[in-house]
Design a protein around this ligand. Structure first.
Ligand SMILES: [Zn+2]
Length: 496
């Protein structure tokens, strides 16, 4: 039988507020267990929650970026269930009046753009964490995370393949990070996703029974879990069986999903308005204030980079995948334009190539090692060893022929490790490109004298040895010779 795949996604984004959703405790990741707690987030009787204004602002910010309507009237509800990491016995969430409703987001490149509808996004609090790694098989609970603000973003079932679902998730992550409302770290659980997936016969309008997937902490696993689930459900249906509505856990070790629990219905939670929190009214003025502070979104930036800097779609995509890289690129171009008066389009291509090939490769190389903190610092704006000013200086030296391409790469690495400027490094190490004809002639003569046989080969028509001579001269000059001049000289001298 042939089936259509229908996927919807729920994503939980931890909001980057300094304090928790309803108390003043810190939300920083990685502190000693239970050190970031207070009577409110420990669920003690008689305490009163207070709504975090910043979390509300972040929710509005995200809602606007996702083209949602911001509800003027909000209500928080208690979602009742028991679990050891939930000391109150209920989670404060939003039920019938979520803060953001009826939005959409576009995924895919130009021409293949597809709109995914956002049903709702609502504010809630995170639960604590159970750790099953205790001594003698004991389990422990860490409540540092309990009460951390979450925004749950729910789509309509608009995706038709695991690839589309991953594209949606990547775009959502980019947007959240651009907005500065979530750090997007899936491994630390700051962004968690729960796809729901069902199959239906091709051509059928009715939705099949859906299965929800949990415990997924990377793009790779999202895709693998959905692909596994498609195979599993296809088999069930092909054999004449029925898919059971349930929640399944992804097991990355086994590469399969397993039943976690049968699907609960909304009424199982006995939602009711939280009597400790008054309804939250959001003034139009507040929404408009937030709208004014929205940054340019990655999609818009990508299009602008193609137009303004002459980048290809692909390059613009790489450059805007990370907002810090986009910033570095644009500022580096601007600094060069200021001092040489060459158009952004010419410099954009050069700078883009250099950042993509050299800077990102350098960061990757170092990231693979132990110097993670340093990589992060490289993009921190103040005092960065790779600030736009410093990169622009290096690129201009290369452009003016003061240093050769290979030397520029060495200098970049040195800049990164020492924080010194390109000019300082070039001066201290004597790396200035040699363009002086007399000096280069001397090196060329020496190389030719040492390789008489190859000279004869060249002169008897074996022109392939030309590259050998270029290499030898560059090597003899310690990479400092001006390649264009070397080519010119060699052509003349070898001709005899
Ligand atoms: Zn607290």
């Amino acid at each position: 039988m042939a089936y259509d795949v229908v996927i919807g996604l729920e994503a939980h984004a931890q909001l980057l507020t300094a304090s928790k959703m309803f108390c003043g405790c810190s939300t920083a990741f990685g502190a000693a267990p239970n050190t970031q707690t207070c009577p409110v987030c420990l669920g003690m009787p008689g305490v009163l929650p207070v709504i975090n204004r910043k979390a509300v602002e972040f929710a509005i910010r995200t809602g606007l970026a996702l083209n949602c309507t911001i509800a003027p009237m909000n209500r928080f509800a208690r979602k009742n269930y028991f679990y050891p990491d939930l000391p109150k016995g209920y989670q404060i969430s939003q039920y019938e009046l979520p803060i953001c409703q009826d939005g959409w987001m576009e995924i895919g490149e130009n021409g293949t753009a597809k709109r995914i509808r956002i049903r709702r996004a609502h504010l809630e609090e995170d639960a604590g964490k159970n750790l099953h790694t205790g001594i003698a098989g004991a389990s422990h609970v860490d409540l540092n995370r309990a009460g951390t603000p979450l925004l749950e973003i729910v789509t309509e079932p608009d995706m038709r393949s695991p690839d589309e679902a991953v594209a949606y998730l990547k775009t959502l992550r980019d947007i959240l990070m651009y907005l500065g409302v979530c750090d997007g770290n899936m491994e630390e659980g700051s962004l968690r996703c729960e796809p729901n997936l069902s199959l239906r016969l091709v051509g059928s309008k009715e939705l099949g029974t859906k299965v929800e997937l949990k415990n997924i902490n990377s793009f790779k696993f999202v895709k693998a879990a959905m692909e596994y689930e498609i195979k599993r459900q296809t088999k069930v249906l092909d054999e004449g069986g029925k898919v059971v509505q349930e929640t399944r856990l992804w097991d990355p070790e086994k590469g399969e999903t397993a039943v976690m629990r049968s699907k609960e219905e909304a009424h199982d939670y006995r939602y009711f308005p939280d009597p400790d929190l008054v309804p939250l009214r959001i003034a139009t003025e507040m929404v408009e204030e937030v709208r004014k502070t929205l940054p340019e979104m990655p999609e818009a930036m990508r299009k602008r980079f193609v137009k303004e800097y002459g980048l290809t779609e692909y390059d613009a995509g790489v450059m805007t995948a990370d907002k810090d890289v986009a910033w570095l690129f644009e500022q580096t171009v601007a600094k060069q334009t200021e001092s040489v008066g060459v158009s952004g389009e010419v410099l954009g291509k050069e700078t883009g190539n250099w950042i993509m090939v050299e800077v990102l490769a350098l960061l990757k190389k170092i990231e693979a090692g132990e110097d993670q903190a340093k990589v992060k610092a490289a993009f921190a704006i103040a005092g960065s060893p790779l600030s736009p000013e410093k990169l622009a200086e290096l690129l201009l030296m290369k452009r003016k022929g003061e240093i050769s391409g290979p030397i520029a790469k060495t200098v970049l690495e040195e800049m990164f490790h020492t924080g010194k400027s390109a000019a300082e490094i070039v001066k201290a190490k004597g790396l200035t490109q040699v363009s002086d004809e007399g000096a280069l002639e001397k090196i060329v003569d020496e190389v030719m004298a040492r390789n008489q046989q190859q000279v004869l080969q060249y002169r008897s028509g074996k022109e392939q040895v030309f590259g050998f001579f270029v290499g030898q001269v560059m090597k003899a000059s310690g990479g400092k010779a001006n390649p264009a001049k070397v080519n010119e000289l060699l052509k003349r001298k070898l001709a005899g």
